[in-house]
Design a protein around this ligand. Structure first.
Ligand SMILES: [Zn+2]
Length: 262
């Protein structure tokens, strides 16, 4: 069989026939071998069985290639880190036992270094970040349990997010973490998958007013959104009794010379 060039390790061997990590004593990982084997021999829609993997992969000197072991390794290729989509009988009942369907090809050794493992932020670090940020979303400014100004039916729930995403090598240290509400966290995640060009973003920066440029500069310097007198005043107004809020709203409109409906 002819394999694509990415099927071969730098020493000329097929990746999935390696028993040792090139240049090291340690066993070459089965997840890496499976990823290389599938990427080199399958296309989307193809099936693979654990039996086939056991026959094809070089035996692991440290772990026996049992069905359970291979199933676990296949499962851990799925998901954010490596990006594979592999369906099992649990996902598609028409699949026979021990058969897996490749729905999306993800990372494999021929592509270079494996993406870093996304570790979870410890409960202690999360609590420290939430306290530091006053349990307030550092992106949109909403506080924990507060209703969103634009949608009062939904109350904000806080989570801890990465300033530089793990995808770009950001760590789990407190300096790279900030409090985000669930809504902003979702947006950051989905935006993170298709980064914009720096030219597009820079042209948006150039169109900001000078006071906004100063605020933006401060946020970038601090690594998170800081709250200024305007944010604080807005929060204080929202915490007033509803009739008092209405009064401030009216007086402000008057101050600006606007009609009640402007
Ligand atoms: Zn938010």
């Amino acid at each position: 069989m002819d394999y694509p060039s990415f099927a071969y390790a730098p020493n000329g061997e097929l990746w999935w026939k390696l028993t040792r990590t090139p240049g090291k004593e340690s066993a070459y990982g089965d997840e890496r071998k499976i990823a290389a084997y599938l990427a080199s021999t399958k296309k989307v829609g193809d099936l693979v069985t654990t039996r086939e993997l056991r026959e094809q992969l070089a035996p692991n000197p440290e772990t026996p290639n049992t069905n359970e072991h291979l199933q676990r390794r296949l499962r851990s290729l799925r998901g954010e880190r490596d990006g594979w989509l592999i369906a099992s009988k649990k996902d598609d009942r028409s699949l026979p036992p021990e058969h897996y369907r490749i729905d999306k090809i993800g990372w494999h050794p021929g592509l270079g270094d494996r993406p870093p493992n996304r570790q979870v932020v410890s409960a202690k670090t999360r609590a420290l970040v939430l306290t530091r940020d006053g349990s307030r979303c550092q992106v949109c400014g909403v506080g924990d349990g507060e209703p969103y100004p634009e949608n009062s039916d939904r109350k904000a729930v806080m989570t801890v997010g990465h300033i530089i995403s793990q995808h770009f090598g950001g760590g789990n240290d407190r300096g790279n973490l900030r409090t985000e509400c669930a809504l902003c966290n979702e947006q950051m995640r989905s935006e993170g998958t298709k980064p914009e060009s720096v030219e597009e973003v820079w042209s948006a920066v150039r169109s900001l007013s000078t006071p906004n440029l100063r605020r933006l500069n401060e946020w970038l310097a601090q690594g998170r959104r800081t709250r200024d007198a305007l944010d604080e005043t807005y929060d204080r107004i929202r915490k007033l009794r509803p009739d008092d809020t209405a009064r401030v709203k009216q007086d402000l409109a008057k101050l600006l010379g606007l009609g009640p409906n402007d």
